[in-house]
Design a protein. Structure first.
Length: 270
C-alpha cells in the first residue's frame, strides 16, 4: 500500500510518502501489515514565520507533494490512502494539513484516516514499555496542557491500536490546567498506567506526582501515523473512512493578539 502522511501539529508542516507491504488477509485477528518504509519526506518551516511568509509555505504544500511523487516516479493515482495529523497543536498548521488532506482524499476517492498527536506519542510509549494502559501530557500553553490516556489493544506481535475504552481507566484528549493535571495524576485513577510528560510540563506540575516518565519526541511521525492508520483501515472497509469524517481536533481556543498600551498581549479565545 502506498500512503501519503501529513502532519501540522508541531512547529512545521511535514509531508511523507510511506509504503507498506501487507499479507493478503487477516487471520484470527492478527495484523497483516509489515515492512513499513518512508520513501520520501520533507518538512516546511511554519511556526516561526511571519503571516505573509506562512502563506507562501502553504502554497508550496501541493507542489512539494507533486515533486516528491515525481522524484519517486509515482503518480497521485497510485496513492491508496492518506493519513493526517489532526492535532491538537498549532491552529493554522493543523487546519492547513487537514484541509489539504481532505481535498486530496475527495479528488482521488481514497480513504482518509485522522490520527491525533496524543495517540502518536502514546503509540511510541506503548511500543517501548509494553504497558496495557499508556498516557501522555503535553504542553499547550503557559497555563494549560493536553492530556490523554489510552488502552492498548494488541492484534499481532508489534501491532496494536489505541482506544479510549468506556469503563476503563482512560482519559479522552483533554485540555487541562496544570493544577487540574497535577490533581488528576496524583489520584489513584491511573496507578496502573504508564504516563509520560513533556519536560516543560514536568516543571509546571511541581510538586510532580510520582511515577511519571519524561516524554520522548516521536521518533518518526510518518511511520507512527501510518501504522495506526493502516491498522484501522485493515480492520474496516475503505468506505468507513470518508474525508468528511476527518476534522481538526481543537481542544483550546485560538490565540488572539490584543493591543495593551504600548505593547501587545496574546490571549486565548473561548
Amino acid at each position: 500500500m502506498l500512503m501519503l502522511s501529513f502532519d501540522g501539529s508541531g512547529r512545521d508542516l511535514s509531508v511523507s510518502i510511506v509504503s507498506a507491504r501487507s499479507r493478503s488477509q487477516w487471520q484470527e485477528g492478527a495484523s497483516g501489515l509489515e515492512d513499513f518504509q518512508v520513501l520520501a519526506s520533507e518538512r516546511l518551516d511554519f511556526d516561526g514565520q511571519e503571516r505573509s511568509d506562512r502563506q507562501g509555505t502553504v502554497s508550496c504544500l501541493i507542489p512539494t507533494i507533486d515533486r516528491l511523487m515525481s522524484e519517486l516516479s509515482l503518480k497521485r493515482e497510485q496513492l491508496q490512502a492518506i493519513c493526517v495529523g489532526i492535532g491538537p497543536g498549532g491552529f493554522t498548521g493543523v487546519r492547513v494539513v487537514v484541509v489539504t488532506a481532505r481535498t486530496l482524499s475527495q479528488i482521488l476517492a481514497i480513504p482518509l484516516i485522522g490520527i491525533n498527536s496524543l495517540e502518536s506519542a502514546c503509540y511510541d510509549l506503548a511500543a517501548a514499555s509494553g504497558a496495557t494502559v499508556v498516557g501522555i501530557v503535553k504542553e499547550a500553553s503557559r497555563s494549560h496542557c493536553y492530556a490523554a490516556v489510552y488502552s492498548v489493544l494488541p492484534f499481532a506481535e508489534g501491532y496494536f491500536d489505541l482506544q479510549v475504552m468506556e469503563g476503563s481507566a482512560n482519559l479522552p484528549p483533554s485540555y487541562l490546567t496544570y493544577e487540574a493535571a497535577r490533581e488528576l495524576f496524583t489520584s489513584c485513577r491511573f496507578e496502573n498506567a504508564v504516563i509520560a510528560v513533556e519536560p516543560a510540563v514536568l516543571a509546571r506540575l511541581a510538586p510532580c506526582p510520582e511515577g511519571l516518565l519524561e516524554a520522548q519526541p516521536v521518533k518518526n511521525m510518518a511511520l507512527t501515523q501510518s501504522k495506526l492508520a493502516l491498522l484501522r483501515l485493515s480492520l474496516s472497509s475503505a468506505q468507513a473512512h470518508p474525508y468528511l469524517k476527518v476534522e481538526p481536533l481543537y481542544l483550546r481556543g485560538a490565540s488572539i493578539t490584543l493591543k495593551k498600551g504600548d505593547g501587545v498581549e496574546r490571549v486565548e479565545s473561548h
